[in-house]
Every structure is written in C-alpha cells, then in structure tokens.
Design a binder for this molecule. Structure first.
Ligand code: TYM
Length: 322
C-alpha cells in the first residue's frame, strides 16, 4: 500500500499530533508499506506566520519525525514546497471543484472565525491543495486525525470526478483514522480538540520541559468528582487524560482505572506527568543537525519528484495540455 500523510510546520508539534498520526505512521512504516511522510509548508502559509520561523519549524517537524522513529531509508521524507507539482495540480483540480464544497468545509469555517481579519483565498482553497497532495502520489491510505477526514473525503470525490471526466488517472485514497487518539482534546477545554494554534497551556508540546509538563497536567481541567473513570459525556477532561495515559503507556484504559481506584485526580495526574516526562525525553534531548535534515529533505524530494512527474504528465495529457 502507498501511505501518504503530512503535518504543517505551524508552531510546535503536540501530543495530539504524536498520538493521532506520528505514532500510527511508525506502525505503517514497520508493516512494509511504501510511505511518504512530508512537511506541509505551503499549507502553513494560510494563517498568519513569521517567515523567519518557517524554515526552523520545518526542521523541527522533520527532527520530530526522526526521533519518533521514521526512517529515511524506509520512508520518503520531504518538504511540500520542493515539489512544484503540488501547486500545479492544485490549480488543475480547482477547475473541477465546486465552490460550495469548499465553503462547507468545517476547517474553513473554524479558521475563518479564528482569523477573521485574514480570510484569504488560500484558506478556502486549502482542501484543493490537500487533494492535489494526496492524488499526486497515487495514494492508497491517508493516516490522519479525525479533523482531516472531511478533507480526505473531498480528495476522493475530486479524484473520482476527474477520472469520470478525463479518464482513469488517479488512484482513490482512503482515510485511516486510529480507533483511539484520533481526537486528543484540549487540556483547558476538554470539549475542544487539542490545537497548536490555541494557548500553550491547552497542549503538551513534544519539546516541553518537565516543569511545563507537570504544570500543564496538574492544571488540566477535570470535574468536581473524584473517580478516575472513562466517561466522555460527564467526565470529558478525565477521559481525555485517560486516553493519553493509555496510548503512552500502551495499557488498556480499564487497567489504568483499576490502578487509580480510590486514589483521586491528584495522584493520577502526577503519574501521567511522570509518564509524559519519560516518554517525551527523546524529543527534549533532540539535537537537530541542520545539514543532516537538509540532506534528508533533498534525498526525499528526489524520490518524491519521480512519482509527482509521472502523475502530472498523465494529468496534463488527459486534460489536453500536452
Ligand atoms: P495539521 O498539521 O493540522 O495536523 C497534522 C495531523 O495531526 C492530526 N491532529 C490530531 N490528531 C489527534 N488529536 C488532535 N488533537 C490532533 N490535532 C491534529 C491532524 O488530523 C493531522 O492528521 N491538513 C493537514 C496537513 C495536510 C495533509 C495533506 C495531511 C496537508 N495535506 C495530505 C494528509 C494528507 C493538517 O492540517 O495537519
């Protein structure tokens, strides 16, 4: 299977990104799939950002991939903006994309509300670029978090529409959403998704210090009860912390509930903070060597380019451009 997924280099990566996608990617890589894991830097331009930080963030994302266990010998690791065919295919696909479909996208509505002073056309066209990313590589599986499912479905719809209009060019992709961890919630507002664009107290960044981790977990919103029990409806905060505990410790939630029976939230939170401090240690100790990362991106781009060139040639031919 060809597996394809990426992360935007906007602010810091958090444990939602790690549990929702990076961890599942490692399993897909180990299962001998043909994997492309890349950095979605063009997508990151759609919300306000500092140009001077973009390259640094891109390197950080790649460094996090490597620390988590992505292996450049097994997976193609590259940067979106190095392959010009992403934007070329985006334009071609935009000519068959209904405007209404883009206006209905949940992420467009959320981000337009959040960045009311910067509702740019890129924000609206974001899912077309994402469809171009996916279809360009003739992808089978797209492992993403819950919030990206709608975008992957649009990519499939556009691929199908294109094939019907111009001939069988694209492989149709399928989203892969993990059963647990696909939607890690905010620590401060557990009814909202953990997001890197929210206040830093609402998420644990992969590079957070032990002190920051302790502080954020101890002040994470829970409820007025005492029981460490999974109950999304009445105990959203505790349930989220239990999910995080379970995924990092690789223990079922029922075991953790048993372990903290009659122990209260304080003890549970202290234990979770210790677990996170231990599991995130490799990220904190990471020494990203810029030349090494540049080299990985260069080699990844060379491999990605071969697939991208082949697809774009077929697309342009089918559309009467060559
Ligand atoms: P981005 O950078 O917002 O998020 C990267 C991935 O992390 C997942 N994610 C989460 N999973 C669980 N809990 C959370 N709280 C959480 N927050 C984020 C996201 O679902 C995502 O899979 N549009 C994509 C980037 C992209 C892409 C693509 C992905 C562009 N083109 C083509 C796959 C295929 C995005 O916004 O990622």
């Amino acid at each position: 299977m060809r597996v394809f997924s990426g992360i935007q280099p906007t602010s810091q990566l958090h444990i939602g990104n790690y549990l929702g996608v990076i961890k599942p990617w490692i399993d897909l890589q180990s299962a001998n799939n043909e994997c492309l894991f890349w950095v979605a830097d063009l997508h990151a331009l759609t919300v306000p950002y500092k140009p001077i930080e973009l390259k640094k963030r891109t390197s950080e994302v790649v460094a996090a991939y490597l620390t988590a266990g992505l292996d450049p010998k097994k997976s193609i690791i590259f940067r979106q903006s190095d392959i010009k065919e992403h934007t070329e295919l985006c334009w071609l696909l935009s000519t068959i994309t209904p405007l209404g479909d883009l206006q209905r996208m949940t992420q467009f509505k959320d981000k337009s509300a959040k960045h009311a002073k910067n509702i740019n056309a890129g924000l609206l066209n974001y899912p077309v670029l994402m469809a171009a990313d996916i279809l360009l590589y003739q992808t089978d599986l797209v492992p993403v978090g819950e919030d990206q499912k709608q975008h992957v479905e649009l990519a499939k719809t556009l691929g199908k529409k294109f094939n019907n209009k111009f001939g069988e060019i694209f492989n149709l992709p399928k989203a892969v959403i993990p059963k647990s961890g696909a939607r890690i919630m905010s620590l401060t507002e557990p009814n909202k998704k953990m997001s890197k664009s929210d206040t830093p107290t609402s998420y644990i960044a992969l590079f957070d210090s032990p002190e920051e981790i302790k502080k954020k977990i101890s002040s994470a919103t829970t409820d007025s009860g005492k029981e460490v029990k999974f109950d999304i409806k009445n105990k959203a905060g505790v349930s989220n912390l239990l999910t995080i505990y379970s995924l990092f410790s690789e223990q079922p939630i029922s075991e953790i509930e048993k372990q903290f029976k009659n122990k209260g939230y304080k003890e549970f939170k202290e234990s979770l903070a210790e677990l996170l401090i231990k599991k995130l240690k490799p990220f904190r100790e990471l020494e990203a060597k810029p030349e090494y990362i540049d080299d990985i991106l260069k080699q990844g781009a060379e491999k990605a380019q071969v697939i991208a060139t082949e697809t774009i040639q077929k697309v342009k031919k089918s559309m009467g451009l060559i």
